[in-house]
Design a protein around this ligand. Structure first.
Ligand code: OGA
Ligand code: MN
Length: 283
């Protein structure tokens, strides 16, 4: 059967039907990669992947980056250190993955690095009955629709992307809290990023807590960041994804923000995740 694309929403994303993620080659592979460039989020349903299969599928999109350091200081999957585990499950007193069951506020992954990953591949293994939906907001559209005054104010400006906290707000191992946001540790990236593959410009915000726009008074930076985040996280730029077991979702980490709803911590949610290496973001 030929590959089919079914939109996930107005703002971004397609479900890709009619392919087997364990064996995608030739014209299907070309169609998959071109859908990826055009739509920023791809969903493939109904094929459970082993860890080696997930790794092989993720490599279709580029070389892999290792997961960021977690709060526990050791890889969650020692046999597959290139994979991360996103889970609330605790086994023998040890979390088997990161992020817990709480809300993950709007963010992009690992932008505290100089070369953040350009994509993430998240595969659903076990899910709660409800909750834990994941949302993606299109930062290309957010940039294109940014009021002229705001566009002008951010022209040429860069911000600090906090390295000290993960997207659940937990302090990472080896970091301490800083009260003054201008002292936040982490990479500095231009607020507007041009995608090297497509030439499209996108707002590049990373995450709101502990961010700081270089060269501004802290109060001015806070005001401008609030205005940018208010604009960027409007529902009109976003899609919601309700997970089913064996879903695989690939998203563009540099042209989108994502967030996750909380869920009941007495339920189990287990996802395995790969991330695709990216380049140094350019303005
Ligand atoms: C992530 C993430 C969201 C989710 O893997 O980076 O934010 O749905 N996960 O668990
Ligand atoms: Mn994330």
């Amino acid at each position: 059967m030929a590959l089919q694309l079914v939109p996930l929403g107005e703002a971004a994303g397609v479900e890709v039907r009619g392919i087997d993620p364990r064996a995608v080659t030739g014209p299907d592979l070309e169609a998959l990669l071109s859908a990826w460039r055009d739509h920023l989020v791809l969903l493939i349903r109904g094929t459970a992947l082993t860890d080696p299969e997930l790794i092989a599928f993720a490599r279709v999109f580029g070389a892999l980056d290792p997961p960021g350091p977690n709060a526990y200081g050791a890889p969650f999957l020692p046999d597959f250190p290139e994979l991360n585990v996103i889970s609330n499950v605790v086994k023998d007193g040890q979390p088997i993955g990161g992020l817990g069951a709480g809300e993950a506020v709007w963010h992009a992954d690992m932008t505290y690095q100089d070369r953040p990953p350009k994509a993430a591949v998240l595969h659903a293994i076990e899910l709660p009955e409800s909750g834990g939906d994941t949302y993606f907001a299109n930062m290309i559209t957010a940039y294109e629709t940014l009021p002229g005054g705001l566009k002008q104010r951010i022209e040429g400006h860069a911000a600090i992307h906090d390295a000290a906290h993960n997207s659940a707000g937990q302090l990472r191992k080896g970091y301490k809290e800083t009260a003054d946001v201008s002292q936040t540790p982490g990479a500095r990236h231009s607020l507007v990023r041009t995608d090297p593959d497509t030439g499209r410009k996108a707002l590049f915000l990373g995450r709101r807590p502990h961010s700081y726009i270089l060269g501004l008074e802290v109060a001015e930076s806070e005001d401008l960041l609030d205005a940018l985040w208010d604009h960027a996280t409007q529902p009109r730029f976003a899609i919601a994804h309700q997970w089913r077991v064996a879903d695989t979702l690939i998203w563009n980490n540099l042209c989108l923000l994502h967030r996750r709803d909380p869920f009941d911590d007495s339920a189990r949610r287990i996802m395995h995740r790969a991330q695709i290496a990216g380049d140094h973001p350019v303005a």
